[in-house]
Design a protein around this ligand. Sequence first.
Ligand code: C2E
Ligand code: MG
Ligand code: MG
Length: 627
Amino acid sequence: MNIEVQCCGVVILALIWYFSLRQKTLKLASEKLFLITMGVNSFCLFMDILSVIAINNQDLIPGFLLALICKTYIVSLIWVGYFGLIYSHFDFRGTKEEQIRENRMYTVIVLAGTLLIYILPIQYYLEGDVVYTYGPSCTATYIFALLFVLVTLYKVGVKGREMNPKRRRAIIMWMCIWIVAAVIQFLNANLLLVGFASVLGMIILFFELENPEANLDRETGAYNAHALGEYTKQLYEKQEGFSAILVALGNNTAAENDGSSQKTDRMLRNIARYADKIKNVKVFKTMERELALLTDDEKKMWEVFHDLKSHINYLWAEATPFYVILPDSLLLRNVGELFLMLRHFRIGRRKDSAENSIILDETQIGQYKERERTEAMLRSALEEDRIEVFYQPIYSTKLNRFVSAEALVRIRDQEGAIIPPDKFIPIAERNGIISQIGQCVFDKTCAFIRKNQLKERYGIEYVEVNLSVRQCEDITLADTYIQIMKKYRLDPSCISLEITESASIKVRDNLLKNMRQLMDYGVRFALDDFGNGESNLNYIVDMPVSIVKFDRDMTQSYFSSYKAKFVMEAAMHMIQDMKLEIVSEGVETREQAEAIGALGIEYIQGYYFSRPLPGEEFLEFVAGKTY
Ligand code: C2E
Ligand code: MG
Ligand code: MG
C-alpha cells in the first residue's frame, strides 16, 4: 500500500508531540495555536492513511463510509490551510474589531468549503500503487486549499514587517513546500506528498518558533528573559493583571563578579528551583543574577515574598538579595514600561542602603514617571535652546546702589511658561545633565555681561553664577569655563562662582583643583547657602572663598529668634574678621533691609529689591533705581 511517506510523517509528528509536551510551558497564545495546528495536521495525516486503506479495501466497506473517510481527509486539508492562515496572523496588530472581522470571514470560508466538499460527489482511482481521489469534491478542495495558501502568502508579503521574522520565514517555507508537494502529486499520482508536506511545515514551525526549550534557561530551569517578554506582553494585551517580585543577587560590581560568582550562580539556581515548586508562581531568569517571580494574585505574592526571604535567610544567612516588588502590574501601561521600571529600580539600588526591597506602588511609579518627563523636558530644552537666565540684583548698603547680581537659571516650556529651578535642578544633578545646563547658563551670562557692558554702563561689577556639586567634581570644569570667558573676552573679575558646602565635602580634591585654576585666572568664589543645614565655620576657613552668602533661612530667623540673632552676629563678625564679604539673601521687607544694613552686612539680595528678572527687565531695573 502506498502509505510509506505518511508513516514517516506519523513518526515525525509523534516526535514533535513528544518534544512539545514533555517540557513545562507558559501556554502562550502562539503555543496554543501551534498545538491546535499540530492537532489538525495529525488528524489530516491519520485520515490520509485511513483513506488510502479504505480505497484499497473499497469492496469491503460501504460506499457512504468510503466517501465519508475520503471527504473527511480532503476537508482536513483545507482546515490545515485555514489554521496556517490563522497562525500566520498571530503578530498582526490590527484593531480587535478588524481581527474579529477577518477571522470570521476565514471561518465562513472554511465552513462553506467543508459543506461543499461533503455535498459534491467524489471518485476514486486505484491501480496498483497509484491511489487517488478526483471529481468535483476534490476540485473544490484544491480551490479552497489554494485560496488559503495564497491569502497566507499575500498577507505575509504585505504585513511581513509586523511579523516576528522567524514566524514569517517559517510560514513562507511551509506554504512553498506545500505548493511544490501539490504540484509533484498532481504530476505524479504515485507520490502522495501533500499530507507529508504539511508535516514538514510543522517541523519548521517547531524548530524556528515553538520549541518550548527556547523559552527555558538551561542553568536554572526557569523560563528565560525572552519568555518573560512574550508572556507579560500577552498579559498586558489581555489586561490581565499580575504581581511580580524581582530578586537580584549581588550588585554586579567587578569585585562581586570574581570570587563569589560561582556561589551566587548556585544560589540563584536554588532559589529558582525552590520558587518553581510554589503553585501558581512562574519563575523567569531575566538576566545574570536576577529572577522574576510572577503570580496572578497579589496575596500570593506577599506570601511568596515573606516565604522566600525567610528561606534565603535560613539557607544563606550572608546573602541579601535586593527585591523589587510590583504588587499590581496594571499600574504600568505596557510591557515596555514594565521592563524599564524593573531595570531602573534594580540598577538604582543603593549599595549603601540598608533597605533591601522596594515596592513599586503608585507613588514610586509616579515619581519615576515625573522624573522621566523632567529628563525629557531638560533634554529638549537644551536642544531647542529654551534655557534662560534671570538676574537678581544685589544691593550695596555702603554704596547705596546695585553692585552685582546673581544669575539664576529658568527653563521656558513649550507653551512659554517659566519652570523654576527647584523643579529640575535635583533631577538634572542626579543624571548629570546639570553640567550642560550649568555651562549653558555660564555661557549666556558671559555673553550678557559682554554685550551690555554691565560694569561700565550699569555699575554691576560682577555677576554670581551657581556651580553644582556635579560640576565641581569634573576636573575639566576650569578649562571649559576659562575657554568661555576667553571667547567673550571677559575680564574674569566680572565673575564670582557660587559653591555650596555639600560640594566642599563631597568632591573636595577636584573642587580645590578647579578653584585654584580659576582663581589664578582671576575668578572669585562665593560660599552659597551658608546657614542652611549643618553650617560649619570650618568650611569657610578651608575653602578659598571671597564671599559668604547667608541663606534666606538664616536671614529670616534673625528676625524671629533671639538665639539665631546671636549666632548670625557672631558668624558675621568672624567672617568679617577673615576679610570676607557677606551677602544676605532672602531679604523681603524694608525693615529687614534696614536692620541687616545696620548690623553691618554690606550686600543684600532679596525680593524687597527685586525678584530675579529676565535680562532686559534687569537692565531697565538697575538703570533706573537708587535707594
Ligand atoms: P540660590 O543659589 O540660593 O538662589 C537664591 C534663591 O532664592 C533664588 O531662587 C531666588 O529667587 C530666591 N530668593 C531670592 N530672594 C528671595 C526672597 O527675598 N525671598 C524668597 N522666598 N526667595 C528669594 P531660585 O531662582 O528659584 O533658585 C533656587 C536655587 O536653584 C538656587 O538657590 C540655586 O541653588 C539653584 N540654581 C538656580 N540657578 C542655578 C544654576 O544656574 N545652576 C545651578 N547649579 N543651580 C542653580
Ligand atoms: Mg546661589
Ligand atoms: Mg543661596
